[in-house]
Design a protein around this ligand. Structure first.
Ligand SMILES: [Zn+2]
Length: 364
């Protein structure tokens, strides 16, 4: 998994305990307050990011934000895009006691649940924790001669309100939010697409040493996670790396790739596979020799199988490797169990530094 995602995950683990220290929130601060024309302050990465709850929280582009902002009233625009505050006791969600979730008014990301809403007496809707800690970002706010912590939607950067350390148990925090920054969806309501978690897909690729294949898929846009393992051998018992290396189990070093098909197609991942290894070498990959280094694709659906089959046939005919026989094995993952490799093989290059020495071939 990528370093960025790992940092966020570590923070999430840190906040899953009983107390949610304010310091944890300030730690994910990523930008200085913008003045002048609105810019998404979260737009600091080109990498797709996903929250623990499976939502795509990749910062939206300014263009997308401006498009979404067309639906806002002038008042909402002032609050959400220009860090405004609605008058107390005036917001339409202050007394809402229905069961459901409060989403970002601008981009529809779910932010707070009705089960964390409480009566604070301040005049603004108050919550003691976000629905998913990764959906709410924070920023130091020293405006109006006060030192406060601003809260923002982690995806669009829209202003929500502030968080204070005087909330009820179990977190001791009070997320004080403008009604205008929120849109409430009652439990059972139909949700717009941007309010739903992503539907993720899994694909498996074996192309030589899994350290490099894993690292190169980790860096591909739309890939949420890549995990090294063993696949396509004797499934009567779980293999160890040592056993796989002797060749007796027949497993290949394989990588489990979890991706968002709304961001990257399976076809793109197939063509990336043929750019990061040589599929014509049989039981080897460069200096690594043995059946565990063979090239293989393990599919998780009929659609994947058909696409991979067509891809291999097309590559054999006119792809980069057409002058040699492509030896890539094609199998269904349901007939080839994936075993996660030992911990010391995971994120190898991300932890140890360096990169895989195998070339990355240009696009066909
Ligand atoms: Zn938002």
């Amino acid at each position: 998994m990528t370093i960025t995602v790992r940092i966020i995950r570590a923070l999430v683990l840190g906040v899953l305990g009983a107390a949610l220290p304010l310091a944890t929130y300030t730690a994910i601060t990523t930008h200085a307050s913008a003045s002048g024309p609105y810019e998404n302050p979260r737009m600091n990465t080109t990498e797709a990011l996903y929250s623990k709850s499976g939502h795509n929280i990749t910062p939206l582009s300014d263009e997308k934000i401006q498009e979404l902002a067309k639906d806002l009233t002038d008042e909402e625009r002032k609050i959400i895009l220009n860090e405004g505050t609605e008058p107390p006791f005036c917001g339409n969600l202050l007394d809402n006691k229905k069961d459901g979730n409060y989403h970002c008014r601008l981009c529809k990301l779910p932010l707070f649940g009705s089960n964390s809403k409480f009566h604070s007496g301040t005049g603004w809707p108050s919550f003691f924790q976000p629905l998913d800690p990764q959906h709410v970002a924070t920023e130091e706010d020293n405006s109006h001669f006060m030192s406060r912590t601003e809260i923002l939607c982690a995806r669009c950067g829209g202003h929500l309100g502030h968080v204070f350390p005087d909330g009820p148990k179990p977190t001791g925090l009070r997320f004080c939010v403008n009604s205008a920054s929120l849109e409430f969806f009652e439990a059972g309501d139909d949700l717009p697409e941007m309010a739903k978690p992503s539907t993720l897909e899994v694909a498996y690729f074996a192309g030589g040493c899994f350290w490099g294949i894993e690292d190169r898929y980790e860096k591909h846009i739309g890939v949420i996670d890549a995990v090294s393992g063993f696949q396509g051998g004797d499934d009567s018992r779980e293999p160890t790396y040592r056993e796989v290396c002797t060749g007796v189990t027949g497993h290949a070093e394989s990588v489990k790739v979890t991706f968002d098909p709304a961001v990257v197609s399976y076809e793109k991942l197939l063509s990336w596979f043929f750019r990061i290894h040589d599929p014509t070498q049989g039981n080897r990959q460069g200096p690594d020799v043995g059946t565990q280094y063979r090239s293989a694709i393990f599919t998780t659906s009929d659609e994947q199988y058909e696409q991979a089959k067509a891809f291999l046939e097309a590559q054999q005919k006119e792809g980069r490797w057409s002058s040699r026989r492509i030896t890539t094995e094609l199998r269904r993952a349901e007939d080839a169990k994936f075993y996660e490799a030992e911990e010391y093989h995971q994120d190898y290059y991300a932890r140890k530094g360096g990169t895989c020495a195998a070339p990355i071939y240009p696009e066909d």
